[in-house]
Design a protein around this ligand. Structure first.
Ligand SMILES: Cc1cc2nc3c(=O)[nH]c(=O)nc-3n(C[C@H](O)[C@H](O)[C@H](O)COP(=O)(O)OP(=O)(O)OC[C@H]3O[C@@H](n4cnc5c(N)ncnc54)[C@H](O)[C@@H]3O)c2cc1C
Length: 423
């Protein structure tokens, strides 16, 4: 197949969801010429299928639906001549071995298109874990969907996936779908969760389950799926000390199972070019400038770590684009950075490095559900700052700012370590 060499850009952005769009707008504001490439027909990513409200509370001080939130950015991009948009176009590879990186795109319009730029921003979002990822026993009937796929079928394609559903996992997509299935006239017979607390946001438990009297079975495992051609039911057992108590197992009849059992950042392209992946986030390790382990390749949004709110995705992506602009214009070696790591009761912290001379905004995910918790920031093992938090839970990310004053007692050199912990 012939290759067509496209225009040379300052930055090529892979993925046109909330992250890619916010990065593109900020790149344009900084005077950079950039291209966004997305495999879908429209910009917006996952936002277009999220027709519920709850988006934009921080960003626009309004409660918008997903498509409304996306439209605000699509409008901004339309007004920026410095942003070229390639839709229906899939990035199939990146050649990151030279300063001018080559992004290989399959496009129905251009065929094979090669876009070049000194900076690439990874914004590919994440995908859902499926039955294969969780290994549930039982038969293999039809009627098992991931919750996001069911959301797309109902909200975009206009199909009803079933009449009586059980939702496995209490992640936000599952909770939103419990309400959505009820609204379209289906029954939701229950939501099962292996953890002793819900995986989704508290507001979704209240608005999507409690308001519709949908039972939530915490500390319960689906031990079997029944049905020959179509799902007929599930067997559910309570968990005691992490093990299924089969004597107290019970069945729930259903014709549909929706899986809401986690999201995985979409990093196949990243891995192919040797980007180092953090096993706690499943996204790339990034320094305080959002640069991955491959020079000139940056990452933000759900490809970096799964976010609870889109507002944080947009904020992080603007910050990432600011760093790209600085990277492209600065001369000489970059200032040294220290390491950030997750301490007790913290699953992960992003980014994985901090600045000595300016603020570093850190996002972290708690490992515990607790009220009145002490957030503690330590430098090389010594506590430099504490802050009381009213409530933490794994489904809600926490944002904190590491200030130069916090690290003023750092040793010379860049081997200093900041640890974020909760007690
Ligand atoms: C069901 C659901 C409900 C949510 N509810 C809320 C809520 O109420 N409030 C809130 O604030 N947030 C909510 N969120 C979170 C928020 O919407 C997301 O975190 C955010 O939109 C993710 O943006 P993103 O750009 O990182 O990823 P995405 O939106 O997933 O965008 C990634 C894009 O990359 C493209 N792509 C991937 N690989 C390639 C490739 N190789 N070539 C070309 N294109 C590629 C994809 O097509 C996609 O368009 C919800 C999320 C979901 C899934």
């Amino acid at each position: 197949m012939n290759q067509r060499t496209g225009k040379a850009y300052d930055a090529v952005i892979i993925g046109g969801g909330a992250a890619g769009m916010a990065a593109a707008v900020r790149c344009a504001e900084k005077g950079l010429e950039c291209a966004i490439v997305d495999r879908e027909e429209t910009l917006g990513g996952i936002l277009y299928q999220c027709i519920h409200n709850g988006f934009g509370i921080h960003e626009f001080r309004e409660e918008l639906t997903g498509p409304e939130y996306a439209e605000r950015y699509v409008g901004e991009i339309g007004r920026r001549a410095a942003v070229d948009v390639f839709l229906n176009s899939t990035v199939v590879g990146i050649d990151a071995g030279t300063p001018k990186k080559r992004v290989i795109v399959y496009s129905p319009f251009y065929g094979v298109l090669v876009l070049t730029a000194p900076a690439v921003i990874l914004c590919m979002g994440c995908r859902e874990r499926n039955r294969g990822n969780i290994g549930t026993a039982g038969t293999r009937p039809s009627g098992i969907f991931t919750a996001g796929l069911a959301q797309r079928l109902i909200n975009i394609e206009g199909y009803v996936p079933g009449r009586n559903a059980v939702i496995m996992g209490s992640g936000d997509i599952g909770l939103i779908m419990a309400r959505r299935m009820t609204w379209i006239g289906a029954k939701v017979s229950g939501v099962t969760e292996i953890l002793p607390y819900p995986s989704g946001l508290s507001r979704n438990i209240s608005q999507c389950l409690n308001d519709f009297n949908i039972p939530l079975y915490l500390s319960h495992l689906v031990t079997g799926i029944f049905g020959r051609d179509r799902v007929a039911g599930v067997e559910v057992a309570p968990l005691v000390d992490g093990k299924a108590d089969h004597k107290r197992a019970f069945s729930i009849e259903c014709d549909t199972i929706l899986l809401s059992v986690g999201l995985i950042p979409e990093n196949e392209l990243s891995k192919e070019i040797g980007v180092a992946i953090n096993q706690d986030t499943h996204g790339p390790y990034v320094d305080a400038n959002y640069m991955t382990s491959v020079e000139g390749v940056f990452a933000c949004g759900n490809v970096l770590h799964v976010h609870d709110l889109v507002d944080f995705v947009s904020e992080e992506s603007r910050r990432c684009a600011d760093c790209v602009a600085r990277y492209l214009t600065s001369e000489g070696p970059p200032p040294s950075q220290g390491t950030v790591k997750a301490g007790p009761n913290v699953i992960y912290v992003v980014p994985n490095k901090f600045h000595y001379q300016k603020d570093t905004i850190l996002f972290f995910r708690p490992f515990i559900v607790k009220n009145n918790v002490m957030l503690s920031v330590s430098l090389n093992g010594k506590v430099v700052r504490t802050k009381k938090l009213l409530h933490v839970q794994p489904s809600e990310m926490v944002r904190t700012i590491l200030k130069p004053a916090d690290v003023e007692k750092a040793d010379p050199g860049d081997h200093n370590v900041v640890e974020i912990s909760l007690r």
